[in-house]
Design a protein around this ligand. Structure first.
Ligand code: GLY
Length: 601
């Protein structure tokens, strides 16, 4: 007290205040203006099951992250042996077809996005195609109602594309011999020790798998799913993989394997013929590339809707300073939901196989179109989805998919997602060939305007036609920094939720500066236009946030079912490259894959 009294007496305080007040006010303003927004961590509930501080796998050499540890190890070994990212992706994908039979496949299809260390990009579409005998209304009954045949039984199977895709990618970019990339998968098919992830999955789906004798023989040996520590042998699959090893794509699309597929179809009323298989081709597409806050996003072009829908979402959201808004605050979630529903409205109406429809890609990736869509968003009120029409005028589900991300020592990167649609596809293996068949025909608009198993209501652009590819939501994505360096490689299973999931990880890392562990482990949300509802993972939002969003007109639903094996949203497999080149890999804890990397010698 004494010094203050002295100051007052000498009238020094007044002089001090007059001299320093402007400086003090400016400093206070600057401190407030530059201070961090409230930490996004405050929005993560104490009981949230996934640690934001979990250890990641770091590597100065190569790294592979996939939905299964066996498969990631196969890929990392390929990199160590001098293979590049494309070689590793091919070997990992074949291994996933063995150890991740619920989703990994040779009987399905997928998409691969590539960015080479020199900046060259490429995108490969190896999505399944409708058989030649398919027709627009093939899944409607005599009264015009939708049946379940688009997802149950052999008429639900699309002509598989995975082997053609892996063959094509390797032919253009691979370095190691093709046969060496099949060898680890063949060894695994001859017998691997079942781990917890496989045991849990096979137990959960045992009843479904029991309905087809060929499937049961393999996956329920002795009538029971294998337990942890048992050896699972897939001898027919090993033989199929050996044919592919020796003959390349012809080992699948012609000869013995094609004959076995055609016979399986004839036995069960399916449509795929040897001719459908022989004529299947993977297709190189121009990658979807756009900027988001000066980062470059490299995404998948149709037949996946992933890249364009991601662009449509992020171009709307780029107009808001998200980083100044508290993460997962009602105001922020409101904007995400409004952007997502508009992007999905466009996706569902316009997108389809580019060999059949014009995908209007230029509009969806443009900042102008983003601004136009943004103009209809109210900051206070949710727009009902019924009032969110597609913006360009009229146009004349369980989620079972698998993702892998690779960065090799040279900095080449691959992001690849493949699927057989439902868990274990149609649940039937091809007799004598040992691989599970997809039920990808479900991804078409079997009845335009009616919801499919993911609740997606899609339009004419995605109607069934012979030889056409069905629209996908798979979103393999690669992001570079404003200086052009590789930032991260990301993708996920999750059906319709894949695109919003990837968009959240981009926002987490770009807007909220999360590291890759924080981003992947953080709670997730989803909105897909119809149904008009924000889904949130159990524990993701507190009651005050839910109430505030409801007051704005949103409907919310906790996405959790005790019956579901994987009740959370998605299964991100991501690699972040730090500015010093260290690769940091994270496999989403929601399902239980693995990152496997190694250090440079
Ligand atoms: N089968 C899910 C998708 O391709 O989006």
């Amino acid at each position: 007290m004494r010094p203050l009294l002295d100051l007052l007496k000498e009238r020094k305080l007044i002089r001090w205040v007059v001299a320093y007040l402007p400086v003090a006010s400016l400093s206070a303003f600057l401190i407030l203006a530059c201070s961090e927004p409230p930490s996004w961590r405050d929005a993560v509930a104490a009981g949230w099951p996934y640690s934001l501080d979990a250890a990641a796998v770091e590597a100065t050499g190569g790294i592979v992250v996939s939905t299964d540890r066996y498969a990631s190890s196969v890929g990392a070994d390929v990199l160590k042996a001098g293979g590049n990212a494309i070689d590793a992706a091919v070997a990992t994908a074949f291994a996933l077809a063995v150890v991740n039979p619920e989703a990994g496949n040779v009987g399905g299809g997928g998409f691969m996005v590539i960015r080479l260390a020199d900046g060259t990009t490429a995108a490969l579409d190896f999505r399944e195609r409708a058989p030649g005998a398919a027709s627009r209304d093939m899944y409607l009954d005599e009264t015009g109602e939708l049946t379940d045949a688009s997802r149950v039984g052999h008429r639900a199977v699309g002509v598989p594309g995975s082997v053609a895709g892996l063959w094509e990618a390797h032919g253009r970019f691979g370095a190691l011999p093709w046969s060496s990339l099949l060898a680890p998968a063949i060894k695994l098919a001859e017998g691997f020790e079942v781990r917890e992830r496989q045991a849990k999955s096979l137990l959960h789906y045992a009843e479904d798998l029991a309905q087809y004798p060929h499937t049961a023989e393999i996956f329920l040996p002795g009538g029971e799913p294998p337990a942890v520590g048992d050896t699972l042998v897939q001898a027919d699959l090993a033989r199929t993989l050996r044919r592919i090893q020796q003959q390349g794509r012809d080992g699948f699309y012609t000869g013995e394997t094609a004959r076995l597929v055609a016979e399986e179809m004839e036995r069960h009323g399916g449509l795929i013929t040897e001719q459908d298989l022989a004529s299947y081709e993977a297709a190189w597409r121009e990658p979807v590339e756009f900027s988001y806050r000066n980062h470059k996003i490299i995404g998948m072009a149709p037949t996946s809707s992933g890249g364009l829908t991601l662009a449509a979402m992020l171009k709307i959201l780029e107009g808001y300073e998200l980083s100044e808004m508290a993460w997962h605050s009602p105001a922020m979630i409101h904007l995400l939901a409004e952007a997502w529903k508009r992007a999905y409205a466009d996706r569902n109406e316009y997108l389809g196989d580019p060999d059949f429809v014009d995908n209007t890609r230029v509009q969806l990736v443009s900042s102008e179109y983003g601004a136009e869509r943004r103009a209809s968003i109210s900051l206070e009120r949710a727009t009902p989805s019924t009032e969110v029409a597609p913006g360009l005028g009229p146009y004349e589900a369980e989620q079972n998919t698998t993702h892998l991300s690779v960065v090799d020592p040279a900095g080449n990167a691959v992001s690849m997602t493949t699927t057989i649609n439902s868990f274990y596809g149609i649940k039937a293996v091809v007799g004598g060939a040992g691989f599970i068949l997809n039920n990808e025909m479900e991804d078409f608009s079997a009845k335009p305007g009616t919801a499919n198993m993911f609740g997606l209501v899609q339009g004419e652009a995605n109607a069934i036609a012979p030889g056409k590819r069905m629209l996908s939501a798979m979103t393999p994505t690669i992001v570079t920094r404003p200086d052009g360096s590789l930032f991260f490689v990301v993708g996920s299973p999750g059906g319709a939720t894949i695109i919003t999931n990837v968009s959240q990880n981009i926002m987490n890392m770009v807007d909220y500066r999360m590291n890759v562990v924080e981003s992947v482990h953080a709670p997730r949300l989803h909105h897909q236009h119809l149904p008009d509802r924000i889904d949130y993972e159990r524990g993701a939002l507190d009651s005050a946030t839910i109430a505030a969003l409801e007051a704005m007109g949103h409907t919310l639903r906790e996405r959790h079912s005790e019956q579901s094996l994987y009740p959370f949203i998605g299964d991100i497999q991501a690699i972040m490259v730090l500015p010093d080149g260290t690769r940091v890999g994270v496999s989403d804890p929601r399902r239980g894959g693995a990152a496997v990397g190694y250090h440079r010698q």
